[in-house]
Design a protein around this ligand. Structure first.
Ligand code: NAD
Length: 420
């Protein structure tokens, strides 16, 4: 069973879990039940390409547990997606949802494809076929999908439409992160990045850093990175570095956030934004700043990078950006990088997804202010719990956050017992 979920990303999720299981003193025979996913679905998605050929793409969905309610998690379209990575992301979703006290288990899905190589029609074909293959395994009370890397509101609208056509009725609550006009919620688009910025401000407050004139570097300029940049800049933080998969820029004088957004909206990526500010993408992470926010892919901060980081706050917008080896380095450094761990830092997305699901189920929609206010209160609650727990137990913020999440899932499983 364990070997099905192989690869460096699942290994990382397992190592992190082992730390927590030791910390909480979880019995050996309870550990597999908590860590290993309830089920994994692998499908072949054949589609017609524009040139008349048929191509088959591999699709995955991993549901980690359904102990607290439906499974919940994004769907990733990326060239290197495999079952181990998807399983790891599903496991992290479980601890994240539990930390935020949402009535969900964790899930994640994906298709091994670089969506940038597809035409719009091919992307629609693939999105619809993927959802069609998943219909027997998902549902508003079973597993609720959302966007992740390489997918967006449009893909969610196709997912929702495909599922609804098979049911014969409109079922908006089958996915979250939809366009507002089709049952999506106000505030979902910016929720994750807004949450990253909101928690970075909490950390600045704790470290007595004035946001006005403080500096930030953001890796990744997609949904999360872009809104993190906008959220930070809105309160006076100077954006001194940004990167995406095409380019990296560093300018100690500051880069205007709106100019970045306008460029990416026009061109589709950061490439071509500037010639003077160009910097090597890896070197960017190691420049001095108050806030470093990795908002792209996993494992970008390994032990070597961790030794060279010159940020004061590491705000993890991405899932799994920091390896367990890097965590050890950060814990040993006596100049103290303050880590806002991913399951806390990027929880804004799933919290507002939960609000969207609730609104869809009730067919009663909230104002943007209501959404953002509830989001900030939810993040504040988690933040306070994590900081208090880290202090009480003398552990890293990541250990504290994961311990709260794992403990909640474990207690629910223990209370429900083992069937039959
Ligand atoms: P996205 O597809 O909208 O954007 C991804 C961005 O990362 C793009 O700008 C891309 O160019 C960049 N990128 C990819 N590889 C890179 C690399 N090696 N170096 C620098 N930049 C690179 O994806 P997203 O939704 O913004 O998700 C980003 C991360 O945040 C992922 O780890 C995802 O799991 C996590 N996350 C997303 C949400 C959400 O609501 N979208 C919620 C929680 C966590």
């Amino acid at each position: 069973m364990k070997f099905l979920y192989s690869g460096p990303v699942f290994e990382m999720a397992r190592q992190q879990f082992d730390v927590i299981a030791d910390h909480l003193g979880i019995a050996e025979d309870e550990r597999d039940r908590l860590l290993l996913p309830k089920r994994a679905i692998v499908v072949s998605c054949p589609i017609h390409m524009d040139d008349g050929r048929t191509r088959v793409f591999a699709g995955y969905r991993v549901q980690h547990h359904l102990t607290l309610g439906p499974a919940k998690g994004g769907t990733r379209f990326a060239a290197n997606v495999d079952i181990g990575e998807i399983a790891a992301l599903a496991v992290w979703m479980s601890w994240k949802c539990a930390l935020a006290e949402l009535p969900y288990g964790g899930a994640k899905g994906g298709v091994t494809v670089d969506p940038r190589t597809l035409s719009v029609r091919e992307l629609e074909n693939l999105s619809r076929r993927y959802m069609q293959e998943m219909i027997p395994f998902v549902g508003p009370r079973v597993d609720v999908m959302a966007p992740d890397m390489g997918t967006n509101e449009q893909v969610m609208a196709w997912f929702m439409d495909t599922y609804s056509m098979y049911q014969g009725v409109t079922v908006p609550e089958i996915v979250t992160g939809k366009p507002v006009g089709t049952g999506g919620t106000l505030g979902r688009r910016e929720a994750t990045g807004h949450g990253v910025a909101f928690l970075a401000f909490r950390a600045m407050e704790a470290l007595a850093i004035d946001p006005v004139g403080a500096t930030a570097i953001v890796q990744g300029f997609g949904n999360v990175g872009m809104h993190a940049v906008l959220g930070l800049a809105a309160r006076g933080v100077k954006i001194v570095g940004v990167s995406d998969h095409t380019a990296a820029y560093w300018d100690p004088k500051g880069i205007v956030a709106r100019d970045l957004v306008n460029h990416v909206t026009r061109v589709g990526a950061l490439s071509g934004f500037s010639t003077e500010a160009a910097i090597d993408a890896q070197t960017l992470l190691e420049q001095p700043c108050d806030v470093l926010a990795p908002c792209a892919v996993e494992r970008v901060i390994d032990a070597d990078v961790a030794r060279r980081l010159r940020c004061r706050i590491l705000a993890e917008g991405a899932n799994g950006p920091t390896t367990p080896e890097a965590d050890k380095v950060l814990a040993e450094r006596n100049d103290g990088v303050f880590v806002i761990p991913d399951i806390l830092c990027n929880a804004g997305g799933v919290i507002v997804s939960y609000f969207e699901w609730v609104q869809d189920l009730q067919q009663y929609f909230w104002s943007r202010d209501e959404v953002m206010d509830r989001l900030e209160r939810a993040l504040d609650r988690s933040w306070t719990m994590v900081i208090a727990r880290a202090k009480r137990d003398g552990v890293a913020n990541r250990t504290a956050a994961m311990a709260i999440g794992v403990e909640r899932v474990m207690k629910a499983k223990q209370a429900r017992g083992l069937f039959p």
